[in-house]
Design a protein around this ligand. Sequence first.
Ligand code: GLN
Length: 482
Amino acid sequence: MNLEKLTCHEIHDLLKSREITSTEVTSAVISRIESQEPDVHAYITTTFDEALEQARIVDKEIGRGKELSPLTGIPIAIKDNMCTKGIKTTCGSKMLHNFIPPYDAFVIQRLKEAGAIIVGKTNMDEFAMGSSTETSYFGPTKNPCNLEYVPGGTSGGSAAAVAAHEAIMALGSDTGGSIRQPASFCGVVGLKPTYGRVSRFGLIAHASSFDQIGPITKDVTDAALLMKVISGYDPADSTSVKVDVPDYLSYLTGDMKGIKIGIPDEYFAQGIDSNVKSTVLEAINLITKIGAECENISMPHTEYAIPCYYILVASEASSNLARYDGVQYGYRDTSVQNLVEMYSKIRTDGFGSEVKRRIMLGTYALSSGYYDAYYLQAQKMRTLIKQDFDKAFEKYDALITPVSPFPAFKIGEKTNDPLQMYLADIYTVTINLAGLPAISIPCGFSKNGLPIGLQIICKPFDEQMIFKIAFAVEKHLDRAKK
Ligand code: GLN
C-alpha cells in the first residue's frame, strides 16, 4: 500500500483499526518528499526528525488506548508564512531567511493539540505576493502535473506538496486567491474561509483585511476535517469572530435538492480560456441534473475588482512591511555607517522586486494628495462589490464560477509582465474584497491535461453549505468519469 497516496480520512480509519502506525505513514511521506523534491521543490524547510519523533509519541499514545482525533498522526505541510516555534519561517523572502519564531501561530497550536505531524514548511511567493510561486527567494516550485508549468501561487508549495503526495494535507493562506488558484492549477481542493473564521494570530501579514488561512487537501472530506480543527474564536486576533463552528462532516450528504445557485455572467466574459469555460459549464450542467436550480445573474461591479484589489492590498502591505527595518529580526547588514543607510540597504537587498513594487504603489496610494483619488475610491468600490454579493445572496444559496481564467501557465511566461500576472486573480479577488468563503474543487482537465477548478462561493460563515455542495459535486463528477 502506498500510504502517502491516501487521504486523511482513509489513514484515520487504518490508524484506528491499528492496521498501520503513524510512524509508517510519516516515513512513507518522507520517502516521497525525498524522491520528488529534486523535481517539484515544494518545500523550503523540512522537519523530518521532529516529525518522526512526534509520530513515535502518537503511536505510543494510540498503543495506550488514547482516543484519536481525525488528524492524529497525519503528516501535514505548512505554508512558510505561518509562525512555527523553533522552526525557520521565511515567508519566501531573503528578509526573513533566518527568522526562527519564538511562538506558534494559532492554527499551529490547534494542529499540535489535534496530534497532526508537521513535515515541513512550503514554498510561496515572497510575502504572499504573486500568482505562480516564482517570486520566492528560494526559487520556483513546479507543478507536479507537468513540471514545465507553474503550480499557481502564492500557496504553490502547499498545493504542489499535496498533489505530489509529499504531504497528506496542507495549510495555505489566501489574500486574493492564493489557496484557490494553486489548488485549481494542481488539481486539489482548496478552501478560503470567511474573513474572521480562522485566527490570523501568527500569520505573517500581507494585507490584513484580506488574509485568511485555509485547508488544501486531496478531497472535500479532508478539507472539512481540517477546517473543523483550525476554525473558531481566538481572543489574540481582534478580527476573529465568535460564532459556533458547525459539524462540517454532517453536511457531506451528497444531496443537492432545492439548492439555488447563481451563475454570474461576468465570470465567463471575454478573456476566459475556451477549455476552462466549457469544462466549468459542463460541471454546472451536471449540478442542474443532480437537483440544484441554476440561474444566470449579473454582478455589475466585477470589472473594477482587479484595480480595486491591487490598490487596497498594496496600501495595506506598504504599512505592514514597514516593520522590516533590519533591527528587530531577519536579514541584517553590519557594513553600514548610519541608520538611514541601514534601512535603505536592508530594504533594498532584503526584498525582491514584486514586494518593492507593491510597497511603492501602496505608499503612493496612501500619500496625502493621492489618498482621495486612489485609496478612498477603492474602498468605496469594495463596498459596491460586496453589495453585489449581498444582493445575489438574497436569492441564492451559492454562486458558481471558474477559479482562474486559464489553466496553469508555463514557468517564466508571465514573470516580466506584472499586469498579466495580476489578471490570474480576476475571479478570486472579489471574494476576498467581500470577505466571503469560497472553495476550489477539481472539475476536469484542459486539452493538454492540466487540471481545471470550479469555484463555489457562499454567504459569510456558511462554509457548511460550501461543503455540502462541493461534496455532492465531487461525488457525481467522480461517477461521471467512471
Ligand atoms: N495573486 C494575488 C496577489 O498577488 C493573491 C495573493 C494571495 O492571495 N496571497 O496579491
